[in-house]
Design a protein around this ligand. Structure first.
Ligand SMILES: [Zn+2]
Length: 415
């Protein structure tokens, strides 16, 4: 079996599910067990300065093999799997030469069908790796780790391929939003990086939402209902009024593409005090600011209408920002990725991420960091799968990206 598939199948045996209710870093011990294994493998492949921090950040570098001044680029993947489905005792199934059939996932009763997942129709002849229907697969993001290390091993085995310094970083706890928290950008040493954490072949992402949360806190007055006349102020009624003041067609269920939204995610209701928890999302900085201003105005208006019979407070806090702002000033980061894909016969599929990524946070920490495909599908659930051909393309793109970057800067230096 080829090295790439062997690595991937070996990695998914490690249970590295992260745990949002554990405040430790990493949030689960399994991630450290896996990290130690990877550390030994990185050293064996020939990476230098391999280090694993106590909090589970694993880094190493492949020194440049050219004398020219080529920028150091980073490759990043995460070691944890999503809390949404079990990642213990993963038993992958290999389906060779797929021909469009519905695939039974082990004896679980779960199936993978082209009716439900039309992407399968484009994968005839490919080798699929699926779950047995009882766990997730962990292609998110162990395929990224297998692809990065296979690409590095390819560069080591083929010294005629020119490349600058390549910095490799594997992070814990991405799935619970903490992967960038303790990432040491300076120690990592790259000028920019790519997370290898996307989906189908061709995916290239460098735009994500600007994100904020908003708490609308309504203060009412509670009195015994038997003697409440003229005294009780029911905070829940005021909260309901507020929600109706929000645009009904600017919600997650009625938007797509580059459209932003307000989303009432939860509420804590009572007569005396009701809190509405919203998230605000928008790709554009100005309309993101306008959304926050709109909520502020609506709160002011409602307070005015209440004339002291109840009071509404608003607490806004920013969560993360669109990485485009940090990536756009360096167009070569995207151009090189697109060109590397084109050289591998792949047309880059650039689309905005309707969410956030660790790459977005790293971008604002000084490490511009777009996202490249892994070849996987249906992350975070029992129907997760990946193709061997897609993984091989990811390896080819990473190798070509390293080479292309070196060639580009060598010819700049000679110009
Ligand atoms: Zn991921």
């Amino acid at each position: 079996m080829n090295q790439l598939v062997e690595r991937f199948l070996r990695y998914v045996q490690f249970d590295t599910q992260s745990n949002p209710s554990d405040q430790a870093c990493p949030s689960s011990q399994g991630q450290l067990v896996f990290a130690n294994q990877l550390k030994a493998e990185m050293i064996a492949i020939g990476l230098t300065d391999v280090s694993l921090s106590d909090d589970g950040y694993l880094m190493g570098r492949l020194p440049s093999n050219v004398s020219a001044n080529v920028p150091a680029i980073g490759l990043i993947a995460h070691m944890d799997t999503a809390p949404d489905a079990s990642g213990a005792q993963v038993k992958p199934q290999l389906v060779e030469n797929y021909q469009g059939q519905t695939i039974a996932l082990g004896t679980s009763g779960e199936v993978l069908s082209p009716e439900q997942y039309p992407d399968l129709n484009g994968l005839h002849g490919h080798t699929l790796i699926t779950t047995d229907g009882t766990t997730l697969l962990g292609a998110d993001n162990k395929s990224g780790i297998a692809e990065i290390l296979t690409a590095i091993a390819t560069l080591v085995a083929n010294p005629e391929i020119q490349h600058g310094e390549i910095c490799v970083g594997f992070t814990p706890d991405e799935e619970i939003g903490r992967g960038a928290d303790r990432f040491d950008v300076k120690k990592f040493g790259a000028q920019w990086a790519y997370t290898i954490d996307g989906g189908p072949v061709g995916e290239l992402e460098f735009e994500n939402f600007n994100a904020a949360s908003a708490e609308v806190i309504v203060h009412g007055v509670n009195v015994h209902p038997g003697t409440a006349k003229g005294k009780m102020i029911n905070a829940m009624n005021i909260a309901a009024q507020f929600q109706l003041m929000m645009p009904a067609d600017e919600t997650p269920e009625s938007t797509e593409g580059y459209e932003g939204f307000y989303h009432l995610v939860a509420m804590s209701p009572s007569v005396a005090k009701t809190t509405l928890h919203y998230i605000i999302r928008d790709f554009d900085q100005d309309s993101f600011a306008a959304r926050k201003a709109f909520m502020t105005e609506q709160v002011a208006m409602l307070n005015q209408n209440l004339q002291g019979k109840g009071r509404v407070e608003l607490v806004l806090s920013d969560s993360y920002f669109n990485m485009k702002e940090m990536v756009a000033p360096h167009p070569e980061i995207i151009e090189l990725a697109q060109a590397a894909m084109a050289d591998c016969g792949i047309e880059a599929n650039i689309k905005p991420i309707r969410g956030g990524t660790d790459g977005a946070r790293l971008s604002f920490m000084g490490l511009p960091c777009p996202n490249i495909f892994t070849g996987g599908y249906n992350f975070h659930g029992l129907h997760e799968f990946i193709t061997v051909q897609g993984m091989e393309k990811a390896v080819a793109v990473i190798v070509r990206l390293a080479e292309k970057t070196a060639q580009t800067y060598i010819s700049k230096e000679n110009a």
